[in-house]
Design a protein around this ligand. Structure first.
Ligand SMILES: C[S@@+](CC[C@H](N)C(=O)[O-])C[C@H]1O[C@@H](n2cnc3c(N)ncnc32)[C@H](O)[C@@H]1O
Length: 310
């Protein structure tokens, strides 16, 4: 597939068709890269690679051609009924059954855009979720099991899972004991989340003609291959977003499960954490979020790229 590359540079004020070699030259002489737009030689449409699509997830996914993504890293809204997590323009409050049906339609589209061997890392937690029907009460749900069943139904292959251990920090209020000092109804405090890993059609991810050699070091490999990842939760307020994951989480997924220059998708991109990790690790990215405020924040975060990792 032939591509035409257009790069935007701060300071030049114009679009230049300089091709990939030109990027290195322009960066060397000190211009700041603002963005990169690809035109697909086959369909003659502007490509969404290295962009953030501000739209509904299902509309955004439709813009991505089949098989261009090597890795999806994403954390869907948890449908907490808007009680614990308040998003910018989404009330996170549909019935549990509708929630699962909706996620299934998103995952089917994610499968379509993945290439053979491409991986899908889903960050999720068992959390209070709305009952079906008119009952607006929230109950704790084993979402992990339901998502695993959906992935099986759509034909994705279970590759493995990591536990994101939050170094003893609990999700939610520290005083939500349920029945304090009593066995009548104690509330289990959650200090970890899941990262479920799936693969499309085969477990092995072969390099395609755009992938570069793996960049994971021996030390990183030994740490990342472990099923338990101890990572401090994000502490910084990012645009008031209630559920930002720490940069190290997508960094680990990306290094362990993709090659440099591969395309990484986050279909619920929020503040752009996955996209920034992809950029830092010299992968390409596509982000989707329906909040303009989060998308604008993510674009700025990518442009200035001053998050520290380590
Ligand atoms: C759990 S958050 C992801 C946070 C992200 N990982 C980060 O680090 O900032 C889920 C995101 O999904 C977005 N979202 C919810 N419903 C959506 C929809 N129908 N289409 C697109 N985005 C949606 C919300 O705006 C929110 O930013």
């Amino acid at each position: 597939m032939e591509h035409l590359y257009l790069h935007f540079y701060l300071g030049l004020g114009e679009i230049m068709d300089i091709g990939l070699c030109g990027v290195l030259y322009v960066l060397e002489i000190g211009f700041l890269e603002l963005g990169l737009i690809y035109f697909c030689g086959e369909c003659n449409k502007m490509s969404v690679i290295n962009t953030i699509i501000n739209d509904d997830v299902l509309v955004g996914l439709k813009q991505i051609p089949d098989g261009v993504v090597s890795l999806v890293v994403s954390s869907p809204p948890y449908n907490t009924g808007g009680r614990t997590l308040r998003y910018d323009n989404y009330d996170d409050n549909i019935s549990y059954l509708d929630y699962l049906i909706w996620l299934k339609s998103v995952f089917i589209e994610c499968k379509r855009v993945l290439r053979t061997g491409g991986r899908f890392c889903i960050n999720i937690d068992a959390i209070r979720n709305r009952e079906d029907g008119d009952d607006k009460k929230c109950y704790i749900r084993d979402i992990r099991t339901d998502l695993c069943n959906i992935m099986k139904e759509i034909g994705m292959m279970f590759f493995g899972e990591h536990i994101w251990f939050k170094n003893g920090q609990w999700s939610g209020k520290k005083t939500s004991w349920g029945s304090y000092k009593s066995c009548s109804f104690p509330t289990v405090q959650r200090s970890f989340e899941y990262i479920l890993i799936y693969s499309k059609e085969q477990f092995r991810l072969e390099k395609n003609n755009e992938s570069l050699d793996s960049d994971i070091t021996a030390k990183e490999f030994q740490i990342y291959i472990d099923s338990t990842w101890s990572i401090q939760p994000e502490t910084q307020n990012r645009c008031g977003h209630p559920a930002v994951f720490p940069l190290e989480l997508p960094m680990r997924c990306i290094k362990l499960y993709s090659y440099p220059n591969d395309v990484i998708l986050d279909c619920f991109a929020g503040t752009g954490t996955t996209l920034l990790a992809a950029k830092k690790l010299k992968r390409r990215y596509i982000g989707i979020d329906n909040s303009k405020r989060y998308c604008d924040y993510a674009k700025e975060r990518l442009l200035f790229d001053n998050d520290i990792f380590g």
